[in-house]
Write a protein that binds this ligand. Sequence first.
Ligand code: CDP
Length: 225
Amino acid sequence: MSNGPVVTLDGPAGSGKSSTARAVARRLGFRHLDSGALYRALTLALLESGLAEEEWDGLDEDAMRALDVRLAPRPDGFDVIVGGRVVVEELRSAEVTSRVAHLAGLAPSRASLLSLQRAAGAHGRLVADGRDMGTAVFPDADVKVYLVADLDERARRRLRDEGVDEPTSEDLERQSEAIAGRDLADSEREHSPLRMPDDAHLIDTTRLGFEEQVDAIVALVEGLG
Ligand code: CDP
């Protein structure tokens, strides 16, 4: 039996899912699951294994599981563990970011991470963000949100995260291209493509303040009755 709601936040790269999900979870006293971190962790584990990227497509689910990506619960979320160590910054490296959509398009990688994600939500009180949280992983979630924002705004946010507060037009173009490329790969893949769940609330964060979007989602959860 579930002890509380599961809330899903899906959307394209840079739409603000992870930071919003973390803040919503904190406000509600729920755990936050960043499912993208799992795909990034699997990518990191493969890079560390030394296996050439062309070989990744030949791996089956057991081989993906053998990469030994795990989640360890914390009061507010989960540590992601690769090869026995907690990983954080390494997951956001350019090397990982440029390859993660390839890995995430492979059915065995998705299958290998499914039970980890479902186990994280087994007792409810979870805010999960990603690409397929409301469609494939938690189709029965209590509140589903789909976050979008204009590409230009998403590129600006990513650059800000990287410490670039006043981007040049070249910076913006480069970042927009990288994000659009990943969006395309995530939307067009065969397995669990990025799409808005039919029963999701659509929130456009282009012109919303961060606290406003957090408030809007918290209100949806508090309104469950
Ligand atoms: O933070 P950002 O939106 O850039 O990416 P992320 O949430 O860390 O996810 C990284 C990549 O993992 C995405 O581009 C997807 O290819 C993949 N992913 C996925 O396929 N399914 C999920 N539920 C979460 C992430």
